[in-house]
Structure formats: structure tokens, C-alpha cells
Design a protein around this ligand. Structure first.
Ligand code: KG4
Ligand code: ZN
Length: 344
């Protein structure tokens, strides 16, 4: 089955072609970072308008790269939620119109399921069951994953997501948008100098809390005026140490509590080099396996949506149920709990 996937939940338009036998054939991405940068964050209306401009040209690119045409497509996957309502509507309406015109089945994919399954696009993919750490701009969750659609939430953030904490701390340090990568770059030049707290490091559960850390950074910033470049580097370093220590400790607790020996990391913060260093060392010590998506598939992309959609559409085809009579009316789910998903 050849599946065309669309991602348009936030500030990236991603399109990809995934073949259930041959794997990922092509993918293309347009990032709106430059457009939103002057506003210091994502402007939803601008995001929606840009998705409209990009979706079809990117579709032409992926078809050309894979030497395929629209008539070769067997199914269409699109991000149905969660995300910005207008942005989701663009991808969803384009996907459903195309599916209807080609008379092929379509499936709405949960954005986080896309992230969660992204490491399965790599060589030597992890086998089910595994523990997943999902750390993006909107989520910080630990999950037990037993198969497609079989997700058990083990831990969640009580306030800010890890990526959000990176972004907000970056803002406090006067770094541009998007903050996470900029902060990580600065942290690489820093050293141990300040001490920040490790909220909930020793809590008995697998939950996180990052908002206190951000407040502690604000106090450091206020107490160390004028902020020199060296002070900024050292704050960035200590912030990154705190977040990565908490994430690593909780991942290892999750592996211990579930008795599983495979960890999968996904979402934008999964691109963080220091986090990968720490997780590699900790899992190696416990003889566990850790898997990541390639860097470009940590952040939003069309490949993960095409892949998750392909898994669901092929399972549905095997059961020959939902796909026999397709309803092309559509809705979006700007808020959507991953735990609501079921096996295809
Ligand atoms: O998964 P993603 O692209 O979008 C969401 O679904 O949220 O994640 C974006 C988040 C942002 O908060 C960004 O600052 C963070 O991931 N991020 C990073 C790094 N690269 C992206 N955070 C820390 N270190 C990085 N290298
Ligand atoms: Zn995402």
C-alpha cells in the first residue's frame, strides 16, 4: 500500500510517501520558523495560511522524488489533532478532498502517535513492547506501548512540557524563537557554576513538573544582572543538566517499574544531544536498548504521519471493515488525549 501523509498541526508543513513494503519513499518539509520568528512565537492565522500555500507544492515534490503519480496512491493519512485548529483544518480538508477525488481510504492520525512511532522508521526498529518518552513542545509523557494504539500513560507533566520549559527559559535568556535548539547550543558552551533544583526527581511517581525550574531560572536571571554571555551560557548549561537529569531518571524508573528493557524517545526534545548522551549511558549500564528517530524526524514531519497512517490503514484493510465504505466528511480534534486511541 502506498500512503500519502500530511502533517499540518503547528508551524511545519510535512508531506511524505510511505510504502508498506518498501518503507519511506520520500518526504518534504517546509518550516515556518522564519515567518514566525519576528513575532517571537507561532501566529496561528499565519500558520494556517502558509499550510494552504505549501501543501500541494510539497505533495508534487514527494511524488516526483518517488517517481509516482497521484493514481498510484492507495490511501491518505493526515494529522487530525491535537494542534492548532486552523492549521489542522487545512491539512485535513486537503487530505480528505484528495482521498475523495482519488476514491481511496483516508485516516486521521493522532500527532503524538506519529511522534511515538517515528523511531520505527529507522533501521533495526524497536520491537513492541517498549517504554516511550514523548518530549515535545506540548507534551512530556512516559508511556507503555504494547502495539499500535495500545498506549498506557505512565507519567505526565503536571504543568509545562519539557520543550515548553526550554522555550520559556530561552526567552528569559533573550534567545530567539524557537528556543530549544538555541538554548541547547548555548548550553554546550557552559559549565557547572549555578545550581538549579530538580523538581520531582525523587517523587515516587513517573510525573514531571518543569514550571518551578523556569521560575528558578528567572530568579537566577534577576540576581545576576547584567547578564553577560558567560552567565547566560552557565545558566543554559545548568538548566539543560536539570531537565536531562530528570528525564533520564524517570525513564530508568519507568523501565524498572514495567520490567521492560527497551526505551523509545521521540518529540522535539529528543533531538537534544545531552539528553541522548545521558540516556545512552544510563540504558547501557542497565543493559537496556534505547531508540531514537533520526534528528529530522524528532521534530514535526510528514513521514511519521504517513507511517502511522499506513500502519492503521493496512490493519483496517486486513480486517476489511472501515475502509469498504469511506465517509469523507471530516472533523478535527485540536485537543485529543492519546489514551483515547484504540487498536486499529
Ligand atoms: O515535536 P515538536 O517539533 O513539536 C511539538 O509537537 O511540540 O517539538 C518542538 C519542541 C520545541 O519546544 C523545541 O524548542 C524543542 O522541541 N526542541 C529542543 C531541541 N530541538 C527542538 N529542545 C531541546 N533541545 C533541542 N535540541
Ligand atoms: Zn510534534
Amino acid at each position: 500500500m502506498l500512503i500519502l501523509g500530511f502533517e499540518s498541526s503547528c508551524d511545519e508543513t510535512g508531506v511524505a510517501l510511505y510504502d508498506t513494503e518498501l518503507g519511506l519513499l520520500s518526504h518534504a518539509l517546509h518550516s515556518q520558523v522564519a515567518m514566525h520568528a519576528e513575532f517571537g512565537g507561532v501566529v496561528p492565522e499565519l500558520a494556517s495560511r502558509d499550510h494552504i500555500r505549501r501543501a500541494l507544492p510539497l505533495t508534487e515534490i514527494v511524488l516526483k522524488q518517488a517517481n509516482k503519480s497521484l493514481k498510484d496512491i492507495d490511501g491518505i493519512a493526515y494529522t487530525q489533532g491535537p494542534g492548532l485548529a486552523g492549521a489542522l483544518l487545512v491539512g485535513t480538508s486537503i487530505a480528505q478532498s484528495l482521498a475523495m477525488s482519488l476514491n481511496v481510504p483516508s485516516v486521521g492520525v493522532h500527532h503524538l502517535e506519529g511522534h511515538l512511532l517515528a523511531p520505527l522508521l529507522e533501521e533495526n526498529p524497536p520491537q513492541f513492547p517498549f517504554v516511550a518518552l514523548l518530549v515535545s513542545g506540548g507534551h512530556s509523557q512516559l508511556m507503555r506501548v504494547d502495539g499500535i494504539g495500545e498506549y498506557e500513560l505512565l507519567g505526565d507533566t503536571l504543568d509545562d512540557a519539557a520543550g515548553e520549559a526550554f522555550d520559556k527559559t530561552a526567552k528569559l535568556l533573550g534567545l530567539g524563537y524557537p528556543g530549544g535548539p538555541a538554548l541547547a547550543k548555548l548550553a554546550a558552551l557552559g559549565k557547572t557554576h549555578f545550581k538549579l533544583p530538580r523538581p520531582m526527581l525523587n517523587s515516587k511517581d513517573l510525573n514531571f513538573s518543569f514550571s518551578g525550574l523556569k521560575t528558578a531560572v528567572l530568579t537566577l536571571v534577576n540576581n545576576n544582572q547584567p547578564l553577560t554571555d558567560d552567565i547566560k551560557k552557565d545558566i543554559a548549561w545548568e538548566f539543560q543538566e536539570a531537565v536531562t537529569e530528570i528525564l533520564t531518571t524517570k525513564c530508568m524508573s519507568a523501565l524498572r517499574e514495567t520490567g521492560l528493557d527497551s526505551l523509545v524517545v521521540s518529540g522535539g526534545v529528543g533531538a537534544n544531544t545531552r539528553l541522548r548522551e545521558r540516556l545512552n549511558a544510563a540504558t547501557k549500564k542497565k543493559l537496556c536498548k534505547v531508540s531514537y528517530p533520526r534528528l529530522e524526524f524528532c521534530t514535526d514531519n510528514g513521514a511519521m504521519i504517513a507511517f502511522a497512517g499506513a500502519m492503521r490503514l493496512s490493519a483496517m484493510r486486513l480486517k476489511a471493515t472501515q475502509v469498504t465504505k469511506q465517509d469523507y466528511s471530516f472533523s478535527i480534534k485540536p485537543r485529543w488525549d492519546l489514551a483515547e486511541l484504540t487498536k486499529p
